[in-house]
Design a protein around this ligand. Structure first.
Ligand SMILES: [Zn+2]
Length: 351
C-alpha cells in the first residue's frame, strides 16, 4: 500500500511539472544539478538480438533530448561535473551510453549532431584491443538461437559442477522473467570461470565466431576516432566488464587502469570519467572507487537514479537509465529538481 501511494505521488508530481510551468519553480528552489541519462544502444540491425532494456529508438531519444535541451544546458559528464562546482548558469543534462556499441557511431552520432547534444560514451577496451565480447553477449546470442529452455538443457549438460546444474534448472523452472533471472544468476551466483567456459563452448558449437560478433556489435577504432573528433567524451568502463566487487583489489586495479591506458595511450582519448560495469551499488565497492580515483579519473557514475549537485561524491554520481519505455514526465521531474526536493525531506520518488 505504501508503495502504491508512493507511485501515485510520483506520477502526480511528474505529470504536474511536465505539463505545467511548475517545473520552473522546482528548478528555482532545488540546487543547481546535472541529470545524467544512461543507455546502451540506439535500435539498429546490428543490435537486433540484444534485449529491449538495452535499446532505445531514435524518435524516443530525440523527444527526450529535445525537451531537456529547451530548458537546460547539455554537457559531457566530466565537463558537467566541473561546471556544477563552478556554480552559476543553468542546470545541466548529459547523455551517456555504455560499452561502446557500433550503433552509437552509425545512428547516434548523426542524431546528436542534428540536435546539438554532446554525448559521453563509456568504452570497454577488450572489444577494441582483442575483438572479444563479454559473456553477456554470448548469452543473449545463444538465447536468440536456441530459446531459453533449450539453452538451459545444454548449459546443464555442459557444466560439470553439480550445484550449477541444479541451480540452472531451478532458475529456468521459475518461469517468470526467466532470461533476466538467469542472467542474474550467471552474473552473481555461478563461478565466472566455469560460466565463461560453458558459454564459450556452447557459442562455438552453435557456429558463433567471436571476432565477427564483436565487429557486428561494437565500434572499431575508426568509430572511436570519429566520436573523439566530433567532440564526444570517451570514458572508461574497464577492460572486460567484470562485476568489480567480485574481484580482488589487484584485479580491480588491473581492469580499471589497463582499460584507461588502452584508451588514452592507444586512442588518444581524454578518459576523464568512468562508469562502473553493471553499475548497481553492490557491483562495486570501496576498492573500486579507490582504483578509479588512483587511475586518474575525475569522476565516476553508477546506475541508481538521482541527480549530481555540488555536494555529490564525484565517484558516485547517479544516472537515470533509459530504454524505449523511458517516460519523459519522470525524466522531467528529475531534471527540474522536483524529485531532489522530495529527497531532501526523505522521500525518494525516483526508484
Ligand atoms: Zn556496461
Amino acid at each position: 500500500m505504501k508503495h502504491k501511494l508512493k507511485m501515485l505521488l510520483r506520477e502526480l508530481v511528474a505529470r504536474a511539472v511536465y505539463h505545467t510551468p511548475l517545473w520552473r519553480l522546482c528548478d528555482l528552489l532545488a540546487p543547481k544539478r546535472m541529470v545524467i541519462l544512461a543507455g546502451h544502444c540506439v535500435e539498429a540491425a546490428s543490435n537486433d538480438f540484444l534485449p529491449p532494456e538495452m535499446k532505445i529508438r531514435e524518435e524516443t531519444l530525440a523527444s527526450i533530448l529535445s525537451w531537456l535541451k529547451e530548458r537546460f544546458d547539455g554537457v559531457r559528464v566530466a565537463d558537467g561535473w566541473r561546471r556544477l562546482n563552478e556554480g552559476g548558469g543553468k542546470s545541466l543534462f548529459a547523455l551517456s551510453m555504455d560499452d561502446g556499441y557500433r550503433d552509437n557511431v552509425t545512428h547516434l552520432l548523426p542524431l546528436a549532431e542534428r540536435l546539438g547534444v554532446p554525448v559521453t560514451v563509456y568504452l570497454e577496451s577488450r572489444p577494441l584491443d582483442e575483438a572479444r565480447v563479454n559473456w553477456t553477449h554470448k548469452f543473449f546470442w545463444l538465447v536468440e538461437r536456441l530459446g531459453v529452455d533449450e539453452l538451459a538443457v545444454r548449459y546443464a549438460d555442459e557444466t560439470h559442477v553439480e550445484s550449477d546444474n541444479v541451480q540452472t534448472h531451478q532458475v529456468v523452472a521459475e518461469g517468470v522473467d526467466v532470461i533476466y533471472r538467469w542472467k542474474r544468476a550467471l552474473k552473481y551466483d555461478f563461478d565466472p570461470i566455469e560460466r565463461d567456459r560453458v558459454l564459450d563452448a556452447l557459442f562455438a558449437r552453435e557456429g558463433g565466431e567471436e571476432a565477427a560478433l564483436c565487429a557486428e556489435l561494437y565500434m572499431d577504432d575508426a568509430g572511436v576516432a570519429a566520436l573523439r573528433d566530433a567532440g564526444w567524451e570517451l570514458g572508461g568502463h574497464t577492460v572486460s566488464h567484470h562485476v568489480l566487487s567480485g574481484l580482488e583489489e589487484a584485479a580491480q586495479r588491473e581492469e580499471v587502469t589497463r582499460g584507461r591506458e588502452s584508451l588514452v595511450e592507444r586512442r588518444g582519448v581524454g578518459c576523464e570519467s568512468f562508469a562502473y560495469p553493471f553499475g548497481r551499488s553492490w557491483d562495486f565497492n570501496e576498492a573500486s572507487v579507490q582504483a578509479v580515483r588512483d587511475a586518474g579519473f575525475e569522476c565516476a557514475v553508477h546506475t541508481h537514479a538521482g541527480v549530481a549537485t555540488r555536494g555529490s561524491d564525484p565517484y558516485r554520481l547517479s544516472r537515470w537509465m533509459i530504454d524505449d519505455q523511458a517516460q519523459l514526465h519522470l525524466i522531467a521531474a528529475e531534471a527540474c529538481g522536483a524529485f531532489e526536493l522530495f529527497r531532501k525531506v526523505g522521500l525518494d520518488l525516483s526508484e
